[in-house]
Design a protein around this ligand. Sequence first.
Ligand SMILES: Nc1nc2c(c(=O)[nH]1)N[C@H]1C(S)=C(S)[C@@H](COP(=O)(O)O)O[C@H]1N2
Ligand SMILES: [Mo]
Length: 312
Amino acid sequence: MLIKRPQDIPSSEITDQAVYQNRRHFMQSLAGISLLPLLGTAQAGYGNKPLQHQKSKIYRLDEELTTHQDITHYNNFYEFGTDKYSPAKSAQQLTTDPWSITVAGAVEKPGTYTLEDILQPHVLEERIYRLRCVEGWSMVIPWIGFPLADLIKRFNPTSKAKFVEFTTLVRKEEMPGTRRGTLNWPYKEGLRIDEAMNPLTLMAVGLYGETMPKQNGAPIRLVVPWKYGFKSIKSIVKINFVERQPVSSWEEAIPREYGFYSNVNPKVDHPRWSQKRERRIGEFLKRKTLMFNGYEEQVADLYKGMDLRKYY
Ligand SMILES: Nc1nc2c(c(=O)[nH]1)N[C@H]1C(S)=C(S)[C@@H](COP(=O)(O)O)O[C@H]1N2
Ligand SMILES: [Mo]
């Protein structure tokens, strides 16, 4: 694991106090949220720096954590290659500072916000979630982040905001996978607005106590724990509020295999393999896959009356 020594931290990461004060005022007027004490609020930056956070009392899966080594060396991040081991190496060249996110569509406060603006009012918390990849493996990851709902509220979505569409960065020079047509870049994902507002849905900026490793989607990514891993889009540069259901990249590529919803469901098999079981990374014997990845109690209501075979 790489540890950043203080002398390696570029001066650009040290926020000028005046700029910082201005941002605070800016965000205050933007969001209308009273400022939280600085302790425990987010910091800007990129991988391998300690991140102040609180430990969630509610969202703490009581299962053994997957090792830091496995979480950061067994990745799906096709922008850096299609095998599991490439992102750990080739994502290190990604520039994640400066970073900004464009907020567009059906909101009262569209605009381009710096990562610092995005993070400033949020208290970060550690949440231990299961991640279930559609390919049949799973991990238990101590994410650090804040609820997407809290971010969305700051932009004042209008009544036309029925879905949220997320887009990943494309930067060919730094993302070797995007020089090939594996997917139609940029990587895109989407959620229904009520799924996005569900308290489980997390904007993650770190894991294992540190800022997000690049291969895991630095500097900011989505984590939707009851859906297959590919819905948890990495390195987000755009959040678009739309009226019509957006088309996600995997759905566009292979619609018969990857639907918009992609809720973890052991009763609905992938056309080419069963989804009844999964291999926990680091374990030998397979485990049973749980309905909604074990989050049924929290999310089943979202899909009441829906045929989950049809809306896969
Ligand atoms: N932009 C982008 N996001 C992505 C992917 C990707 O290829 N590109 N892969 C997805 C898939 S298939 C999974 S399983 C998870 C893996 O996240 P992890 O590497 O942090 O475990 O990221 C998801 N997010
Ligand atoms: Mo995945």
